[in-house]
Design a protein around this ligand. Structure first.
Ligand SMILES: Nc1ncnc2c1ncn2[C@@H]1O[C@H](COP(=O)(O)OP(=O)(O)O)[C@@H](O)[C@H]1O
Ligand SMILES: [Mg+2]
Length: 401
């Protein structure tokens, strides 16, 4: 079982390359499901076939579906939303504004990933190819399981206890509506479990890898670099960079200028993504729409049939490790493309809070490191190292000897 996610800025060719990849897999005899979680659904347009919420077989071995994020949103968040709506309208907010306020940004995309997991565990397909939302959305939703997981472990139980304690008092004062009902806490817990399961699937490099799609232009490349770093920080494996819309050589001045600029960008990209394959896809004379045109795209990306296996598990790059060195432990995290100044690591109770280029990740420390104190940290060769020393005061009695 493999999951391949395609992400990148809007319009760079995610839908096109995801479709071409899925089609190539099917043509090689692999049972493949192509899914779109981008609410701007264009999978049906690229394949030139009407698609819906349930998978339909497009060609032999290739099924496709566009996940209806709105419907999923309503099912899972109904409870949470109803409470908030109720509360807001009782506080005098008009119903339309209340409705707007309770549509939480990013939740729809997360719920689309829950559907991806459902399809994965159903076990009907060998490979799932996912056409994701543009970069920013995808990143936020990939970070959510951990962010929420942390809240639910540390703060939520206290909130729930507090709510239980407050409810009779609020009811006595005629304001029982301001305390969240217990069912709301249950709904949140269920959602959190689902999210953790999705995270487990997507952060397993033996199952899931991410392909970054970009065009060789400075603005797009800069965003792709940031995405790459953020994915590494959150523990997701990137196995391929696709540079799309590469101008073939030409004589006129306009074309020559573009070719020069793009070649310079490509050289820089290969340097900054060193260790990752960067594959080029030429700018076609027409939009690659429909199965035949997409087969042409697959030829460019993976070679003529049989070509390379588009689902081959990449050589794993270890993103994080913990090693004993003398009487200390060193936690190492590989952060590609990050400048030294942009990294900050702070110990907070049982957690290590890492801030890298504006992204924050809370790492729950393995138990051996929880009883240690941080004695140093450095960033060199794209590697963040945090040094820990056992703190005798924190070891259970007798265990320190
Ligand atoms: N290499 C290419 N040559 C010509 N047109 C392309 C190429 N790649 C993508 N397109 C076209 O560009 C548009 C945007 O591509 P699409 O795959 O939908 O991008 P995204 O999903 O990232 O928004 C589509 O009309 C698509 O057919
Ligand atoms: Mg698209």
């Amino acid at each position: 079982m493999r999951i391949i996610l395609f992400t990148g800025k809007g319009g760079v060719g995610k839908t096109t390359t995801a479709s071409a990849t899925a089609l190539r897999l099917a043509d090689r005899g692999v049972k493949t499901l192509l899914l779109s979680t981008d609410s701007a659904h264009s999978l049906g347009d690229a394949l030139d076939t009407p698609l819906g919420n349930e998978p339909v077989e497009v060609v032999n071995g290739l099924w496709a579906a566009q996940i209806d994020t709105q419907r999923r949103f309503e099912a899972a968040w109904h409870e949470v939303q109803r409470f908030l709506l109720d509360l807001l309208s009782r506080s005098g907010v008009d119903p339309i504004t209340a409705e707007e306020l309770t549509v939480l940004p990013g939740v729809e995309e997360v719920l689309a990933l829950l559907a991806v997991r459902d399809f994965a565990v159903a076990g009907n397909w060998d490979v799932l190819v996912v056409d994701c939302a543009p970069t920013a959305e995808t990143l936020r939703l990939l970070a959510l399981p951990e962010a929420l997981g942390w809240y639910l472990q540390k703060v939520f139980p206290a909130h729930r206890r507090l709510a239980r304690g407050m409810r009779p008092i609020a009811a006595m004062m005629g304001r029982g509506d301001v305390i969240p009902p217990d069912s709301l806490f249950d709904a949140l817990l269920r959602l959190s479990d689902d999210l953790a399961a999705v995270r487990e699937l997507l952060a397993d490099p033996a199952v899931t890898s991410v392909r970054l799609v970009l065009t060789p232009e400075s603005v797009v490349a800069a965003e792709a670099r940031r995405t790459f770093t953020a994915l590494a920080l959150y523990g997701y494996a990137v196995d391929l960079v696709i540079a799309n819309r590469v101008f073939p050589p030409g004589r006129d001045a306009f074309r020559a200028a573009w070719v020069r600029a793009q070649q310079a960008q490509l050289a820089e990209l290969r340097e900054s993504f060193a260790g990752l394959p960067v594959r080029e896809l030429p700018y076609g004379a027409a939009e690659p729409v429909g199965v035949e045109a997409l087969r042409g795209v697959a030829d460019s990306l993976y070679g003529e049939l049989p070509g390379r296996d588009p689902a081959a598990v990449p050589e794993s790059v270890e993103l994080m490790s913990v090693d004993a060195e003398g009487d200390q432990y060193v936690l190492r995290m590989w952060l590609p493309l990050v400048e030294r100044a942009a990294v900050d690591a702070v110990r907070a109770g049982d957690d290590l809070v890492l801030t890298v280029a504006g992204h924050r990740r809370v790492l729950s420390l393995p138990s051996v490191l929880r009883r240690c104190e941080v004695v140093g940290g450095e960033f060199a060769d794209r590697q963040l190292s945090v040094r820990f020393r056992p703190d005798p005061a924190q070891w259970p009695r007798g265990a320190a000897q």
